[in-house]
Design a protein around this ligand. Structure first.
Ligand code: ZN
Length: 410
C-alpha cells in the first residue's frame, strides 16, 4: 500500500474517503480545483446558468418551475436566494424531516418559508420505521445518519416524478468542493451513482435488504431511488449552483444573516457556527463517528475550506483541528433517549467501526489516534480575525427531547 500523503496547502490526506489526488508539487486536487474560483469568469458562468434554467420557467406562474431541497440550516437560504430572487424561478421547496431537530432548525425553516414566500413539502416518515433502520445501519455500517442522507437525497427525486417537475436545484457538489473530483466547468449533475457511492457509503436502500435480514421491503421503500427509466421519461435533471456561482459558504451565510435573519450557533467540535444548526447530531455523535471511521472530523473540512479561501493559515488550522476534534460530543442523551439504547452498548458498537489503521486501543477503551494525538492545544494560538457570528444557540432550557414535528413561527 502507498504511504499516506498530506496536501502541502490544506490538511487533507491522500486517503480521503471521497478520493483525492496529490500532484508532484504536493498539492491536492481539491486545492487545485478551488483555484478555479479565483480564475473563472463567473459572469459568464452565470449566463450559462440563466440559459440552462430558461426552458423550465413557467411564465404564467401557474405551476412550479423547479424543486429546491432545504433544511433548517446549511446552504438552504442562499440556494433559495439565488433561485427565487436572482433567477426569478417559482420553486416547490421540499424538506426531509430527519427528527434530530433543534429548535433553531425549526425556527430557521419556518422563517425561510415566510421570508421567501414559498410552498414547502415536508416528509415525515413513520418514526418507528426510521428508528428500526437507524438501529440497523448503526450496528452494521456504523452510521446513525444513513436514513437522513438517504431521505434528503431521494425525496427531491421522488417529488420530481410525483409532481412532474423535472428540474432539481442543489447547492454545491461535495465532491467538487472538498476533493476537486470534477472541474466546475464539467457542470456535473446529480447521479444515482454518486449518491450511492459517496452519500450512502455504498448502500442503496435495496442493498440494506440483501445484506441484513432485519429489514423488509416495506421498511425501505420510502428510501428507494426511482428507476432510471422513470427519471428519463420525466427528464429529471439535478444541477448544482456551485458550478455557476462562486461558492463561499462563510460569506454567503453572513449575507443570509444580514438579509433574512438566519440564526446560528456555537458548536463544541468546530469553529463554524453556520452549518448544521438544525441538527443535534451532525456536529456531535455523527461527527464523532466520522472521526472514528475516517480519522478526521468535520472541523478538518471547515479548516480546509477556510485555508483555501485564504482566511486561515495552514499552521493555525492544524492547531484548531487538533483542539476541536478532541472536544466532547454533546446531546448524546437526547439520541439515546430517542432510539431507546444505552450508552455502553452504543460505545461498544461504535468502537467496532473504528478504522484500525488509524486508531490503536492502548488500554481497554483507551483509544489513541496514531497521527493526531496531541490533546492539549492552547487556544491563544487561534486566529483572532477568523470570526464566525453565533447569534443564537442550540440550547433551550425547556426542551429535553428532539422536536420531531415543530410548530410554526410567525
Ligand atoms: Zn489541498
Amino acid at each position: 500500500m502507498e504511504a499516506v500523503q498530506t496536501c502541502k496547502r490544506c490538511l487533507y490526506d491522500s486517503d480521503h474517503p471521497l478520493g483525492l489526488e496529490i500532484n508532484d508539487e504536493g498539492i491536492c486536487s481539491g486545492c487545485l480545483i478551488h483555484e478555479e474560483k479565483d480564475n473563472l469568469d463567473w459572469q459568464s458562468r452565470w449566463q450559462d446558468l440563466e440559459e440552462l434554467v430558461r426552458p423550465y420557467r413557467c411564465l404564467r406562474r401557474v405551476k412550479y418551475d423547479c424543486i429546491v431541497p432545504v433544511s433548517g440550516a446549511g446552504d438552504s437560504y442562499y440556494i433559495l436566494h439565488i433561485v427565487k430572487e436572482r433567477l426569478k424561478l417559482n420553486p416547490l421547496v421540499v424538506s426531509y424531516n430527519k427528527y434530530f431537530n433543534t429548535p433553531l432548525g425549526i425556527r430557521n425553516l419556518a422563517n425561510l418559508r415566510s421570508k421567501f414566500n414559498v410552498d414547502i413539502l415536508i416528509q415525515n416518515i413513520n418514526p418507528t420505521l426510521v428508528k428500526k433502520i437507524t438501529k440497523t445501519t448503526l450496528r452494521t455500517i456504523g452510521s446513525i445518519y444513513w436514513p437522513c442522507i438517504a431521505g434528503q437525497t431521494v425525496l427531491p427525486v421522488q417529488t420530481s416524478l410525483r409532481y412532474k417537475i423535472p428540474l432539481i436545484i442543489w447547492g454545491a457538489h461535495q465532491g467538487v468542493e472538498q476533493v476537486g473530483m470534477f472541474s466546475h466547468l464539467h457542470n456535473i449533475e446529480m447521479t444515482r451513482r454518486y449518491r450511492k457511492d459517496h452519500d450512502l457509503m455504498g448502500f442503496e436502500a435495496d442493498d440494506l435488504l440483501s445484506i441484513f435480514d432485519t429489514l423488509t421491503e416495506e421498511d425501505i421503500c420510502q428510501y428507494r431511488y426511482p428507476p432510471d427509466s422513470d427519471l428519463r421519461k420525466n427528464s429529471t435533471l439535478g444541477i448544482y449552483l456551485g458550478n455557476f456561482v462562486r461558492w463561499d459558504p462563510k460569506q454567503q451565510h453572513e449575507e443570509m444573516i444580514n438579509t433574512y435573519d438566519y440564526k446560528t450557533s456555537k458548536f463544541s467540535r468546530t469553529f463554524d457556527c453556520y452549518d448544521f444548526v438544525d441538527c443535534y447530531n451532525y456536529m456531535n455523535l455523527h461527527d464523532l463517528i466520522k472521526f472514528y471511521k475516517t480519522g478526521f472530523s468535520k472541523v478538518t473540512d471547515h479548516a480546509c475550506r477556510e485555508i483555501r479561501h485564504k482566511r486561515l493559515t495552514r499552521e493555525k488550522a492544524k492547531k484548531m483541528v487538533q483542539y476541536y476534534q478532541n472536544q466532547p460530543c454533546e446531546y448524546l442523551d437526547l439520541f439515546l433517549d430517542w432510539l431507546g439504547v444505552q450508552e455502553i452498548p452504543l460505545e461498544f458498537s461504535l468502537n467496532l467501526h473504528r478504522n484500525k489503521s488509524m486508531w490503536v486501543e492502548e488500554e481497554p477503551n483507551g483509544w489513541v489516534h496514531k497521527l493526531h494525538n496531541e490533546k492539549k492545544v492552547n487556544k491563544s494560538s487561534f486566529p483572532r480575525k477568523l470570526r464566525f457570528i453565533a447569534n443564537d444557540s442550540l440550547n433551550r432550557d425547556e426542551e429535553s427531547k428532539y422536536i420531531t414535528i415543530g410548530k410554526g413561527y410567525p
